[in-house]
Design a protein around this ligand. Structure first.
Ligand SMILES: C[S@@+](CC[C@H](N)C(=O)[O-])C[C@H]1O[C@@H](n2cnc3c(N)ncnc32)[C@H](O)[C@@H]1O
Length: 456
């Protein structure tokens, strides 16, 4: 392990600054008429780097986005292969514009921050190039989420990494991490913010919503990692299809999700085997894109698989399906994202104790269960988009039956004996308050037993 001063000095070196100063160009070019323009990076290195992106020679009909193109070597190369290319950069360079002319390029050149990318303004792309940009970002994971949302096939992430030597000698070495540069610690540049390990780049890619990360090159200081939206070759279907009995949020029993929340999908599967599968054998797919699974557990009701909600899902209905190892794909199951609000008024018709069915009250001695009968719920009503406020405190129902309007709720131990009000809130529309009574006192809150006793 290098001492801190040695490490700092190593990070401060900038291998391209001299070449850049000398030539004025970051990239080298061989123009269509054969003219050679030398830059800080050699043509040989650029071509070798390009070969590791794994892209086909013919990109006819493909849309490509090049983020931070600098002088544009990769933009013009993608165009030469037949792609329709958009390049975005937060700065607007004379060199790019002049070379754009020299190549007779039709590529769009937009002055834009990576964080501004979104399908509504730029559309989606088969291939996204994020080359030499990640370490410039103060919010790398946020940026990768933006990229995932607009990538249809693969995003090539080529970036500075801090463990290139060790990775090449020993491969992946455990926990991923990144250095953070508040000042010019990396190459003396204020706009360098982070230096991840190779494993960290892979982890960020999956955490941002891509199906999988594939390392194709680790050189002296950088790595090329392909962020795939699709699963690669999958095991052949040789066993019975997976049966997904239900989909819920990790936070409640509903299947309504919000695109601005950190939410996970739980797939509840029939699982006749004793052993749980490895995470690498799980292949969830949402609307045709792979989504990296987080974990799986065997529970009394079968196998539970947790999957991230990928970014960029439009408001509306979506479908998830699952393949496990050689078992065939499950039937797709639907869930909702960003259901719009409703103006339909909610009405509470009745509240009953959930055990004795006594009207208008709930008794803690029966466990504090209550049933709320509501009118006005939509067909999509579930515990994710329906909340019952009891004494002003939100309760997520255990079950919601949209047809009968039955909501089963367990009182939270914050609510004591006395008269209280209930309000049902469904997709933004609230009911008038409904009076009910609580009988008996709640059990102490775990961890606060002494608080309860001191009051007695
Ligand atoms: C090191 S150069 C990489 C050039 C080229 N992509 C390559 O890898 O050879 C970084 C490029 O990213 C651009 N850039 C850095 N941060 C950016 C951001 N937040 N949004 C858009 N472009 C950015 C810079 O202006 C510059 O063109």
């Amino acid at each position: 392990m290098e001492d801190s001063d040695g490490l700092k000095a190593k990070r401060r070196t900038n291998p391209v600054s001299a070449g850049l100063e000398h030539t004025g160009l970051y990239h080298s070019f061989e123009l269509p008429d054969g003219t050679l323009l030398p830059g800080a990076n050699s043509l040989e290195w650029q071509r070798e780097r390009l070969a590791r992106f794994g892209l086909p020679e013919d990109l006819t009909g493909k849309r490509v986005l090049d983020i931070g193109p600098w002088d544009g070597f990769y933009t013009f190369e993608m165009e030469r292969r037949g792609a329709e290319v958009t390049a975005i950069d937060y700065t607007d360079l004379d060199t790019f514009r002049a070379l754009h002319r020299a190549y007779g390029s039709k590529a769009k050149y937009l002055r834009m921050e990576i964080y501004e990318l979104d399908a509504a303004t730029v559309g989606t792309f088969d291939i996204v190039l994020c080359l030499g940009v990640l370490y410039h970002l103060k919010h790398p994971l946020l940026a990768l989420e933006k990229l995932c949302a607009i990538t249809r096939d693969v995003c090539v992430v080529d970036t500075v990494v801090i463990d290139a030597e060790e990775w090449r000698a020993e491969g992946d070495r455990g926990l991923p991490y990144a250095e953070f540069y508040e000042y010019g610690e990396l190459a003396g540049q204020l706009d360098n913010w982070c230096g991840p390990t190779v494993g960290n780049v892979e982890a960020w890619i999956r955490a941002a919503g891509f199906a999988r990360a594939e390392v194709t090159r680790v050189s002296e200081r950088s790595a090329c990692v392909l962020a795939h939206r699709k699963w690669g070759a999958l095991p052949k279907d040789e066993a019975a299809r997976i049966v997904v009995a239900g989909v819920t949020s990790h936070a409640n029993r509903g299947r309504s999700f919000s695109s601005v929340k950190e939410e996970y999908l739980k797939l509840w599967c029939v699982w006749p085997h004793e052993a749980r599968p490895q995470t690498g054998e799980l292949f969830p797919e949402i609307d045709g894109f792979g989504a990296a699974p987080l974990e799986c557990w065997i529970t009394p009701s079968g196998l539970m698989v947790t999957v991230r909600l990928p970014p960029g899902l439009a408001a509306g209905r979506h479908q998830i399906r699952l393949k496990i190892g050689a078992a065939a794909w499950s039937e797709p199951t639907a869930f909702h994202v960003d259901l719009p609000g409703t103006v339909v008024r909610q009405t509470i018709r009745e509240i009953q104790d959930g055990v004795t069915w006594v009207r208008g009250e709930v008794d803690w001695r029966n466990g504090g269960w209550l049933t709320v009968w509501a009118e006005g719920l939509s067909a999509e009503a579930d515990p994710g988009n329906t909340t019952v406020l009891l004494a002003g405190i939100p309760h997520s129902p255990e079950t919601v039956d949209a047809t009968s309007g039955q909501l089963n709720v367990k009182l939270r131990p914050l609510i004591g004996a006395g008269a209280h009000e209930a309000v049902v809130v469904h997709r933004g529309a609230s009911s008038e308050p409904f009076q009910f009574r609580v009988v008996g006192e709640p059990p102490p809150i775990r961890g606060l037993e002494r608080l309860a006793r001191s009051r007695e």
